[in-house]
Write a protein that binds this ligand. Structure first.
Ligand code: PEP
Ligand code: MG
Length: 588
């Protein structure tokens, strides 16, 4: 048995079997194969090359038809390379001589070729380096895709183990019946983690050497409450966890029964609980878990789960579906928040040096105006169906907000001219998720209809800690006094200008934070659907005075540890039943 600590990112416990997943962007794990597997690995390589060639032939024909012979040349060049024995034979040889899997042989050989091209004095050759990587990704995608496809056929108790997972990969778990996952890297609010909560499956990230410890098929426990992965558990541990899983299931069932009761504190203050979603299809789940609408639709998932830029019609369909299923309740559509750890296929090929501080989110949209306009057309068209609000992400300067609003108004004019219906009074809001936005919230409040505080990014930018980096995860906390101060300032500005303000970061779904958030003045919280019943239980068992007292005490403390201890003690005192059966160490 091996116990591997990590970061708890999605609660509950799962007991299952390990499924080790390879990763396209990193050297494939250092596993070796035995001599009996050599032929099989060579055959996998051949199949991946053949599949890539077939794909290239199709792309070449299509390019020739649509763009002419010259444009198709690029695919001819790729085909030529892939048919070249001097490229493929060394890969086959490496598998046979060194007993490495096909993925390793492919990655290494393409790296050698790319380096050769990069060293050539002639620039014409140097520019081919990108083509080599493109080809490398194509072949690897077939190898890894074939591997990932096996997941769909695996048992329902499969627990995915990977060095790293992209939000896109995690999204595909939805259809593959994955029971939980654990990764070597990652942080508490990385989008992969957020996706785990959306899927409602236990997950632990930042375990460091899990990929080298677990083997395919190993019995494994993911403890998403305490942030622990147990590989090959002994009998006693297994029994203890089976009991924990039973207690947790009973609590979840009891919470589900009260999910549709009103979210009112004991002294009668009504709290609006909304859901955060990534897909339109999640809206019924929000309602089922007691949410009264959608506070955050992370629309960029339309890109992450597609191999092409989503068309206006595809976008419109998704937004219209969300508004339709919300059945008169409000849906807040956040415009594309691409970049950082949510990148498009094209961006993945050209990584930025510092993507979280780079061309992400509203900045990306404002430099790709035609894409942005098409997006806003789809959103606005859906506003004709029912109550819809538009929210801009990552606003850090007034200029950005004004530009975004200008583009939106341009699109409104276009639609009006074309006679296409939309809501001309649609509410326009912004995320407050940069310190700049929080500090300048009084000015911003004059320009928008609502604020939504995104603590996930606000924490990372305030404390200067990458939200996806396990090495600095100990610094990443919503209980940091600097973050509390910025939230307080934002709420004060919002109240002064009578602008509604909600919280849609992950703290909004953490019952340990609910009293604090209400005490600070939030009356609207938006969280992953499965977290809503927990938050509602807290709301229904506290009064606002106690919450305000707690927020005041938290505000008087100057260390994150003290604030965290205060919140934890209060949570256990006021609603101990939420923590029965788990000695939780989680928290945002
Ligand atoms: C946030 O930053 O708090 C937020 C809700 O947005 P995202 O997690 O998608 O960055
Ligand atoms: Mg954000």
């Amino acid at each position: 048995m091996r116990e591997m600590p990590g970061i708890a990112v999605s609660p509950a416990v799962v007991i299952g079997r390990a499924f080790l997943l390879d990763d396209i962007r990193r050297p494939v794990s250092s596993r070796s194969i035995n001599s009996g597997e050599v032929q099989n690995e060579q055959a996998r390589l051949d199949e991946a090359v053949e599949a890539s060639l077939a794909e290239l032939a199709e792309l070449r024909t299509r390019a020739e038809e649509e763009f002419g012979r010259d444009a198709a040349q690029i695919f001819a060049f790729h085909q030529g390379m892939l048919m070249d024995k001097t490229l493929i034979d060394p890969m086959r040889q490496r598998i046979a001589d060194d007993h490495v899997p096909a993925e390793t042989a492919v990655q290494e050989q393409f790296r050698i070729v790319a380096e050769q091209f990069a060293r050539m004095p002639d620039t014409a050759f140097r520019t081919k380096v990108d083509d080599v990587w493109d080809l490398d990704h194509r072949v690897l995608r077939h190898l890894i895709g074939e591997h990932q496809n096996r997941l769909a056929d695996s048992d329902t108790d499969s627990v995915v183990i990977a060095s790293e997972l992209t939000p896109t990969q995690t999204a595909s778990f939805r259809d593959q019946g994955v029971a939980g996952f654990a990764t070597d890297s990652g942080g508490l609010t990385s989008h992969t983690a957020i996706f785990a909560r959306a899927l409602n499956i236990p997950a632990v990230v930042g375990c460091e050497s899990l990929v080298d410890t677990a083997r395919d098929g190993d019995p494994i426990i993911i403890d998403g409450d305490q942030g622990l992965v147990i590989v090959r558990p002994d009998e006693e541990t297994l029994e203890r966890y089976e009991e924990r899983a039973r207690v947790a299931a009973a609590l979840a069932a009891s919470l589900r029964e009260t999910a549709n009761e009103p979210a009112i504190t004991t002294d009668g203050v009504e709290i609006e609980l909304l859901g955060n979603i990534e897909y339109a299809a999640e809206v019924p789940t929000v309602l089922e878990y007691g949410g009264r609408g959608v506070g955050l639709f992370r629309t960029e998932y339309l890109w992450l789960t597609s191999d092409h830029e989503p068309t206006e019609e595809e976008q419109y369909k998704a937004f219209a579906e969300s508004v339709g299923s919300a059945d008169g309740l409000p849906v807040t559509i956040r415009t594309f928040d691409l970049g950082a750890d949510k990148y498009t296929q094209q961006r993945a090929m050209n990584p930025e040096r510092n993507p979280f501080l780079g061309e992400r989110s509203i900045r990306y949209c404002l430099t790709n105006i035609s894409m942005f306009k098409q997006h806003l057309r789809a959103v606005l068209r859906a506003s004709a169906i029912g109550p819809l609000k538009i929210m801009f992400p990552l606003i850090s300067t007034m200029m950005e907000l004004r530009q975004a609003k200008l583009v939106l108004h341009d699109v409104m004019e276009d639609l009006a001219e074309e006679g296409i219906a939309f809501d001309p009074n649609v509410k326009i809001g912004m995320m407050v998720e940069t310190p700049a936005a929080a500090i300048m919230s009084t000015s911003f409040a004059r320009e928008v209809d609502f604020f939504s505080v995104g603590t996930n990014d606000l924490i990372q930018y305030t404390i200067a800690v990458d939200r996806t980096n396990e090495r600095v995860a100990n610094l990443y906390s919503g209980a940091d006094p600097a973050v509390l101060r910025l939230m307080k300032d934002t709420i004060r500005s919002a109240r002064r200008h009578e602008v509604p303000v909600s919280c849609c970061g992950e703290v909004a779904g953490d019952p340990e934070y609910t009293m604090l958030l209400l005490g600070l003045g939030f009356r609207t919280l938006s969280a992953s659907p499965s977290r809503l019943p927990y938050v509602k239980r807290v709301v229904r068992s506290v009064d606002i005075n106690a919450c305000e007292l707690l927020a005041r005490r938290a505000g008087s403390l100057d260390s994150e540890r003290q604030v965290t201890a205060l919140l934890r003690d209060a949570a256990r005192k006021h609603f101990p039943e939420l923590f029965d059966g788990r000695s939780i160490e989680s928290g945002v």
